[in-house]
Ligand binder design. Structure first.
Ligand SMILES: *[C@@H]1O[C@H](CO)[C@@H](O)[C@H](O)[C@H]1NC(C)=O
Ligand SMILES: *[C@@H]1O[C@H](CO)[C@@H](O)[C@H](O)[C@H]1NC(C)=O
Length: 356
């Protein structure tokens, strides 16, 4: 894989200027943009030495790429693999992730063949119940045949919940109208300016799109590691994305067209829509009018009805929710058009008892 050069023009210059103004005493490396996850191999190794209480003196040998054949080291490497998501006890090596942590020799044309051959050999006579051993042997194949370990922090994939979280954040940031949210939560994504900009925000927040350099196809490839798709890295994809860059004068539209016409079907096809649907379903917020508690004093006659807000049930519960609304005969439409009902009160104390 070849890293693309960032040709970031004005924004890069501006960023450099801002960086120069940062007060001293701050560690800029901790200032992570968006919700991107990145970590170096050695950082993951140190994490795991702490989790597994591997004595610190062993770090020196590991830092020198010497991973000896002992049970402690084997389980340490399994932990590193889980930490960086290149290892899964069920499905084994996640090649689209681990490749990012190694740098092949540019003159070496057979590194992939040798690595594949090594994996095949090691795993054919391995004890498949010993996950530490499998992870260790697989890692050694990469270390010996694929290339050198990259010392820098590398992008590694999110899990599902973080994707949904990022989508929810973007829905909030952009104040996506409730009508659209309802549509998304039903799995329908109308082509509206808000939908286009929501996609752009989601790609930005998850670190696979940059304002100044566009889509990061390598990260997309890594992100979709469960269905690695070499088409992300193909010349043709790059050419088609390049053609769209700046062609519309509106970055939301550029992202939308790139998604619709080029990227959407790659890897986990239209995965973003699944995530946005899940996020929208979670965010169809319900506001429920609650009867004021009985007053003990005689000075009552309050005119405001207290309102509480809770997360809605997921889409699968949608019909159930509306059924419950009908059953208890309470359906509220707040002034911002949000429909609420008693179903949402089920898990929220102390008012839940009024309804269930
Ligand atoms: C390992 O892969 C299986 C099957 O794809 C998946 O269900 C499981 O969540 C994965 N485990 C981890 C720790 O990612
Ligand atoms: C390397 O592997 C690829 C794909 O399996 C194969 O097509 C190619 O012939 C191999 N090259 C050599 C030199 O073995």
């Amino acid at each position: 894989m070849q890293r693309r050069n960032a040709s970031g023009g004005g924004v890069a210059v501006l960023l450099t200027a801002i960086m120069a103004l940062l007060p001293t005493g701050c560690d800029a490396s901790l200032d992570v943009p968006h919700l991107t996850l990145s970590k170096s191999f050695s950082r993951a190794l140190q994490d795991c030495m702490e989790y597994l209480q591997v004595p610190g003196y062993r770090y020196a040998e590991y830092a020198a790429n010497s991973f000896s054949d002992d049970p402690e080291t084997k389980c340490l490497l399994r932990c590193v693999g889980l930490n960086l998501r290149w290892w899964n006890d069920t499905t084994g090596m996640q090649t689209a992730v681990i490749e990012g942590f190694f740098h092949p020799d540019p003159l070496d044309e057979l590194y992939e063949n040798r690595t594949a051959e090594c994996l095949r050999k090691e795993l054919s006579h391995a004890d498949t119940t010993d996950c530490c051993c499998l992870a260790y042997d697989s890692f050694r194949c990469y270390l010996q045949h694929y290339g050198n370990l990259v010392p820098c922090a590398r992008f590694y994939p999110e899990d599902e919940t973080r994707f949904v979280r990022a989508a929810q954040d973007c829905i909030e940031f952009l104040q996506i109208p409730h009508k659209l949210l309802k549509s998304y939560s039903a799995g329908s994504f109308p082509d509206a300016p808000e939908t286009r900009c929501l996609l752009r925000c989601f790609f930005l927040r998850t670190g696979v799109f940059h304002v100044d350099t566009g889509f990061d196809v390598e990260r997309l490839y890594t992100r979709d590691y469960e269905q690695p798709d070499e088409r992300y890295l193909a010349q043709e994809t790059e050419a088609r994305l390049h053609k769209l860059r700046g062609s519309t004068g509106d970055q939301c539209t550029e992202v939308y067209l790139a998604y619709r016409d080029v990227l959407g079907e790659l890897g986990r096809a239209y995965y973003e829509y699944d995530v946005l649907q899940a996020a929208a379903a979670k965010m169809t917020v319900c506001e429920v009018a609650v009867e004021p508690p009985a007053m003990t004093t005689t000075t009552t006659t309050t005119t405001t009805t207290p309102t509480t807000t809770t997360a809605c049930p997921s889409t699968t519960e949608f019909n159930y929710k509306e059924l419950n609304c009908q059953n208890c005969g309470r359906l509220f439409i707040s002034n911002n058009g949000r429909v609420s009902c008693c179903r949402c009160m089920k898990s929220s104390t102390p008012f839940g008892k009024f309804f269930f």
